[in-house]
Design a protein around this ligand. Structure first.
Ligand code: GLA
Length: 702
């Protein structure tokens, strides 16, 4: 991140800090907060996220005295502000005066005030009040030198991502009218000739509240699109005010990693900086693998530009059933992982641990024990280390592999009532495919289904249930230009209206993949099936388990069959195929393969794309390179509790310790090295350096 480009964060260092809730503390504590923040290396603080009722205690009556003082105090200490528009939760006066602001659930029950985010995204009353506060804040603080970034609302969709109230119904109708123009257009798209759902007028349409039976799937998917758009409209409305009043200040809203409810491609387009809140579960030994995919999405949402980890927990959270703390060193390696994957800083929820409220058991940088708390000691140490990592600021991650994420498909395969199987979980599939690439040593970016695909040589498409002809054309062009495309089951099934493509799946991908799906054969619960690989694999004849899904497919003449079903009713039939096209190839996996099978296929794909594969598999060791084109910064991360050793990187030096990397890099439990070394002239050899690094020696602690 730099201070030069228009609307980038105003900070010329890696960001470090957290959410600060001074409202929850007597003012006498603030001076100590500022002093300890400086001691911890904090340079950016997020506030006042939930302070609307204090800032505007009565309609149109403002009190900024406290916020003025806290911002000035922080700025006197050199700390900048990620200034929230404070619109994440309306005050009680607003919802009591206008109860119609409260959201409804699908059963038509109004959700009561008393938690947070108690508003309907479509409410014009809420919007007007939120925009008034946003404008007032922007006018008051827009010229303050501490203002680094606008933080609009908070985690859109966190508690309320869909609303079924009468106001949402009106908004939904307007949205549908805009999409379909005429009611006949809607009837045709939704296929309302089925089950007698024909509409005469948009006024007859309600949001899909709980109904007598399965609801029209086209309506359900449109409601998902609409609901994402409704929150986006609200976001955009605040952005418009901010851009008008403070045109030079960058705008963000904090994302929630791989979040089904909102199409983050659209949200990222609207803002200046992508920020994410990441809460990997410390009790899940593989949480860092899913985190790597989340971070791949964050950097890809703006074409590889640095993003910012805006929240993470210093240790335990308070919202899981069991909230396990992070072991010593675990927060550090998790933070370094976010940096490795392109974040230009690390921030926490929150600065000082609460004394009351639903988050009093949530860890904070400054724990209940104050300076003596372990979290303070560890966050202070990390703050110091971040200063030594300053050279990585603004650099980008190199990746040859991208995974396609498409919200239409995600929404389509998660409607529960009309699919061949509800066991095909889009996110679980995406994570399984990503985990295989991760295990082979490759960081994975994320791409839109219609591209652009950048420099990527391999495209992974775990599922593209809804495929448009434009997407199919872009994927075909990718393959013809030399790319390796891998498509997973139940893809190319419907068009953008949720209607089955003529001739069946894989619809517009039929020629590219060279297969036709005759019928889907999802696995019954407990059913065990396998596939056998052919001689083109490293281990011909090897069988691998099938998860969740299989298909009866027919292959076209030029399509190679690489694996066949080994048992059950599909025994002997093709399971995995490849078809060359132009300079590349398109692979089709008709089955959900187990992790070994996925890795075996991807190893072949990577070989075809000239993307190196790790010599051995150790998923606790992760290697990711950021580069400015001249210098590479290779992060070597040990996510496990066993010591590890990585091969030398000649000519490099660890930014954290200053040690040369000419001999083996020793990594204790949760250890990290950040090796600065000259970037190779051609990006491809950079991958080889990473690959060579992936030769861990598994040495358990004595
Ligand atoms: C989210 C919210 C924060 C806080 C944290 C707790 O990220 O944005 O306000 O509630 O969760 O983990």
């Amino acid at each position: 991140m730099t201070t030069t480009s228009p609307r980038s964060i105003r900070l010329d260092a890696l960001a470090y800090g957290g959410d600060y809730n001074p409202d929850q503390w007597p003012e006498s504590v603030w001076a100590e907060d500022a002093r300890l923040m400086v001691e911890a290396g904090v340079n950016l603080v997020t506030l006042p996220v939930f302070s609307w009722p204090l800032l505007e205690p009565r309609p149109g009556e403002y009190d900024f005295a406290g916020l003025d003082r806290v911002i000035d105090l922080l700025w006197e200490h050199g700390i900048r502000i990620d200034l929230a528009t404070a619109t994440a939760t309306p005050p009680a006066w607003l919802v009591r005066e206008h109860p119609e602001v409260l959201p409804w659930n699908a059963d038509g029950v109004r959700l009561e005030f008393g938690s947070r985010q108690s508003y309907c995204p479509s409410s014009p009353i809420f919007r007007e009040a939120a925009l008034r506060l946003t404008r007032t804040l922007a006018e008051r603080y827009g010229a303050h030198p501490a203002l680094a970034l606008w933080h609009v609302s908070n985690e859109y969709g966190d508690h309320v991502s869909r609303c079924w109230c009468p106001e949402s119904a009106r908004h939904f109708r307007r949205w549908l009218q805009n999409r379909y123009q005429t009611i006949d257009g809607l009837n045709a798209a939704w296929g309302t000739s089925c089950w007698g759902q024909h509409y005469l007028d948009f006024e007859q349409i309600e949001p899909p509240r709980t109904a007598t039976g399965p609801i029209n799937p086209a309506e359900l998917v449109d409601f998902e699109r609409f609901s994402s758009d409704a929150l986006l409209e609200l976001f955009q409305a605040e952005i418009d005010v901010l851009r008008e009043v403070t045109p030079d200040i960058a705008v963000t809203t904090n994302f929630m990693s791989m979040f089904r409810e909102l199409d983050y491609w659209d949200f990222a387009d609207a803002e200046d900086l992508v920020t994410d809140d990441a809460y990997p579960d410390p009790s899940d030994q593989d949480a860092h693998i899913a985190a790597a995919l989340n971070y791949g999405l964050m950097r890809s949402l703006k074409d590889g530009r640095p993003w910012l980890l805006l929240e993470q927990a210093p240790s335990a959270v308070s919202w899981r059933e069991v909230n396990v703390p992070k072991a010593p060193g675990q927060m550090r390696v998790g933070s370094m992982q976010a940096l490795a994957h392109g974040s230009d800083g690390v921030l926490f929820f929150q600065w000082r641990q609460a004394k009351f409220g639903p988050e009093k058991f949530h860890s904070a940088m400054l724990g209940h024990r104050g300076e003596r708390s372990r979290t303070f000691q560890e966050t202070k140490a990390l703050g110091a280390e971040l200063k030594t990592l300053a050279p990585i600021t603004g650099t980008r991650v190199r990746a040859s592999v991208a995974l396609v994420a498409d919200w239409d498909s995600w929404w389509g395969v998660s409607e529960p009532e009309s699919l061949p199987s509800v066991r095909l979980d889009w996110l679980r599939e995406a994570r399984a495919w990503h985990a295989a690439a991760y295990a082979l040593g490759q960081p994975v970016d994320v791409a839109r289904a219609a591209g652009p695909y950048g420099e990527h040589r391999v495209l992974l498409v775990p599922n593209l249930y809804a495929t448009t002809t434009e997407q199919a054309a872009a994927l075909t062009a990718f393959v013809e230009a030399g790319g390796q495309l891998v498509v997973g089951p139940f893809s190319g099934v419907v068009d953008h209206r949720e209607q089955i493509h003529d001739g069946g799946a894989p619809g517009p991908l039929r020629d590219l993949l060279g297969v036709e799906v005759d019928e889907w054969w999802p696995l019954a619960d407990g059913q065990i099936r396998s596939v056998a690989f052919d001689t083109s694999f490293a281990t011909p004849g090897e069988t691998h388990g099938v998860r969740v899904w299989s298909e009866w497919i027919e292959v076209a003449p030029r399509t190679e069959v690489l694996a066949t079903y080994a048992d059950g009713d599909l025994a002997g039939r093709p399971a995995v195929t490849r078809r060359a096209s132009g300079a590349g190839a398109a692979w089709y996996l008709s089955a959900g393969l187990d992790s070994d099978g996925m890795r075996a296929v991807l190893a072949q794909v990577f070989a075809a794309a000239d993307v190196p594969v790790a010599a051995s598999i150790d998923t606790d060791l992760e290697v990711v390179t950021r580069t400015d084109g001249t210098t590479d910064y290779t992060f070597v991360l040990n996510h496990g509790r066993a010591d590890r050793s990585a091969p030398p990187i000649p000519g490099g030096r660890d930014l954290l310790t200053g040690a040369p990397s000419d001999s083996a890099i020793a990594l204790p439990a949760f250890g990290v090295a950040v090796i600065a070394h000259p970037a190779p002239a051609d990006p491809a050899p950079a991958r080889t350096i990473e690959s060579e690094l992936l030769q861990p020696t598994r040495r358990e602690r004595p």
